[in-house]
Design a protein around this ligand. Structure first.
Ligand code: ADP
Length: 239
């Protein structure tokens, strides 16, 4: 469970998050919607202590993130908007192994995690390939594998479809759907709900740093007008 309790945060005294309270239970697929600049990325960066609240608390599995940064970073896998900026190694296997290596795990355990994480994103056996020679969709899946290799209880993704073509989006989406079905909590920030609404258990929408909608998808879409969020034209895609 990721829990925000009355979180406020500002950059240089300019308020960005205003009194945000929000819970993401294990195994839920939550879409975080909102216009560019509404505060989504800033909120996500609080999930593992990349930012810390000015007021309020963020808890991961009941522990204040500030009290156990390593615990939070092991429990919450983050995938950033431009995966290219996230890679630390030249090859797929070395990059996915980086997180578990930093946890100080045994080599066998690291190899097991890398193998499982790559299998989970349909990249099994591609350890030795160079990341810069992969397609955008494959790079996104390597970034997701890197997060999965930490065996997190939650996966947090910031606009993971930016710059991906349709087949790549489909491929990433189907992996996310399978992961959520297997019990990983998914929190995905986007200003475009068209791809993800059908998978969501809940839609949380932000405007001006506040949570303004927190509803199941069917009722949330009725409340998104004026928030600069793209919704599917065909509402039958919402389950
Ligand atoms: P979103 O992810 O919804 O597009 P962000 O969280 O990136 O929104 O941004 C929310 C607000 O915070 C914006 O007004 C943005 O300009 C501001 N902001 C984001 N990052 C920084 C930063 N590093 N320094 C100053 N202001 C920032």
């Amino acid at each position: 469970m990721i829990e925000f309790r009355s979180v406020s945060f500002g950059f240089d005294d300019v308020g960005v998050l205003e009194d945000v309270s929000l819970s993401i239970p294990d195994g839920e697929f939550v879409v975080l919607a909102g216009a560019n600049g509404s505060g989504k990325t800033t909120l996500l960066r609080h999930c593992n202590g990349l930012l810390t609240p000015d007021d309020g608390t963020v808890l991961v599995d009941g522990t204040d993130v500030e009290d156990d940064l390593i615990g939070a970073r092991s429990s919450v896998g983050m995938v950033f908007q431009h995966p290219r900026d996230q890679f630390v190694a030249a090859t797929v296997g070395a990059d996915v192994a980086f997180g578990p290596e930093n946890l100080g795990l045994e080599r066998d355990e690291i190899d097991r995690r890398v193998e499982n994480a790559l299998a989970a994103v349909n990249l099994a056996g591609r350890e030795d390939e160079r990341i810069d020679q992969l397609s955008g969709g494959e790079q996104s899946r390597v970034a997701i594998a890197g997060a999965l290799a930490m065996e997190p209880t939650h996966l947090v993704l910031d606009e993971p479809f930016t710059g991906l073509d349709e087949p790549a989006r489909r491929s990433v989406l189907s992996r996310l759907e399978a992961l959520a079905a297997d019990g990983t909590g998914v929190l995905i920030a986007t200003h475009d709900l068209r791809d993800v609404l059908g998978l969501a258990d809940r839609v949380v929408a932000m405007a001006g740093g506040r949570v303004v909608v927190d509803d199941p998808p069917e009722t949330a879409v009725e409340k998104l007008e004026g928030l600069e969020v793209r919704v599917p034209r065909d509402r039958s895609t919402i389950r």
